[in-house]
Design a protein around this ligand. Structure first.
Ligand code: PBG
Length: 326
């Protein structure tokens, strides 16, 4: 590393004026870097608040035109759809995930009809918004069944892709799902549909507000430690990512975000592929509540998002996407 010595070298020189700071800045943030998650709810003309996520709402499908329209105007490249499924539609198998008329399918069709390909749509592949026990897979005697779950996830992925979903994002953490889903998509002539694997997803306490938002919080039996990663581990994330790349993932995501910047950097450095970050619901609520209580400045939002870029993320899934001014 080439470096100088004080007093001939003064690093403060380049920080003296705003123009000079801009000249040497190493990272920047634009709307192109952001993915907006949207929660869906049954009904008409509904915009419902979520207690643990101030300023985030659940929208009925007919209300999507305004929120998605605004995202397009800002230049946000993609939205991520998440359903708040009615409890009466949930069962132990997550059958509603395979209903061609479920909330997510209707949401995809609505957006694609209205906005064509002006914005991308990504959808989670996992059963937790649909199961009566709140788990991402099929539950039998306290075990989450891996291979049996793959059968359902594959069908869910193909269904979403047929509806018009551009990026299939398996967030379930079952072993082998990327390969199975890629094969099924290709077989159904859905070769251009991308797979964004939640390759590195930790079993985290930062998902709490999301579970309230999709209505799985009270239902969840136990925890997700037998399939989501142990947050004490780092090298294991490289094994997860290498498997998913071999199985056909186009991109990977690291989740949660800010407590895992080291993992983003490690994955990026090792594989040189697009790595996305997910600033999850708990991180959002922490920052938002801090701002609302005047404990921190609104500028902390941008600072938090730049940290992902610095770590090497190509883009960031964040509930702030439609709230910040860049
Ligand atoms: C479910 C899923 C979760 C999130 C995205 N997809 C929660 C979980 O695994 O329990 C969390 C997102 C967030 O907290 O913002 N497969």
């Amino acid at each position: 590393m080439i470096t100088g010595k004080y007093p001939s070298l003064r690093l403060r020189r380049s920080r003296k004026y705003a123009w000079s700071r801009r000249l040497v800045q190493e990272n920047s943030l634009s709307y192109s870097d952001l993915i907006l998650p949207i929660f869906l709810i049954e009904g008409k003309n509904k915009k419902e608040s979520i207690k643990s996520m101030p300023n985030v709402f659940r929208y009925s499908v007919d209300k999507l035109h305004s929120v998605v329209g605004k995202a397009i105007k800002k230049g946000i490249p993609m939205v991520a759809l998440f359903p708040h499924t009615e409890t009466k539609k949930k069962d132990q198998y997550g059958s509603e995930a395979l209903n061609p008329d479920n909330l997510v399918c209707r949401g995809i069709k609505f957006i694609k009809k209205k906005f064509k390909n002006k914005i991308g749509i990504m959808c989670d592949v996992a059963l937790d918004p649909y199961t009566s026990h709140g788990h991402d897979g099929l539950l039998k005697k306290k075990n989450i069944l891996n291979d049996e779950t793959l059968e359902v996830l594959t069908k869910q992925a193909v269904l979403q892709a047929k509806m018009g979903c551009d990026i299939i994002a398996p967030s379930d953490m079952m072993d082998g799902r990327i390969g199975r889903i890629r094969k099924a998509l290709d077989k159904d002539d859905l070769k251009d549909v991308q797979i964004l694997s939640y390759a590195v997803k930790f079993s985290s306490s930062f998902y709490g507000p999301f579970r309230e938002a999709v209505g799985s919080k009270k239902l969840l039996k136990g925890d997700k430690k037998t399939y989501q990663m142990d947050f004490r581990n780092s090298d294991e994330s490289l094994r997860e990512v290498s498997l998913d790349i071999k199985e056909g993932a186009d991109m990977v995501i690291v989740k949660p975000g800010m407590p895992y910047l080291d993992i983003i950097k490690k994955v990026k450095d090792n594989f040189k592929i697009p790595v996305l970050a997910y600033q999850v619901s708990g991180e959002y609520s922490l920052i938002m509540n801090g701002i609302n209580k005047n404990l921190i400045d609104k500028k902390s939002i941008k600072e938090s998002l730049i940290s992902f870029k610095r770590a090497g993320a190509s883009s960031i899934v964040t509930y702030f996407a439609d709230q910040i001014d860049l």
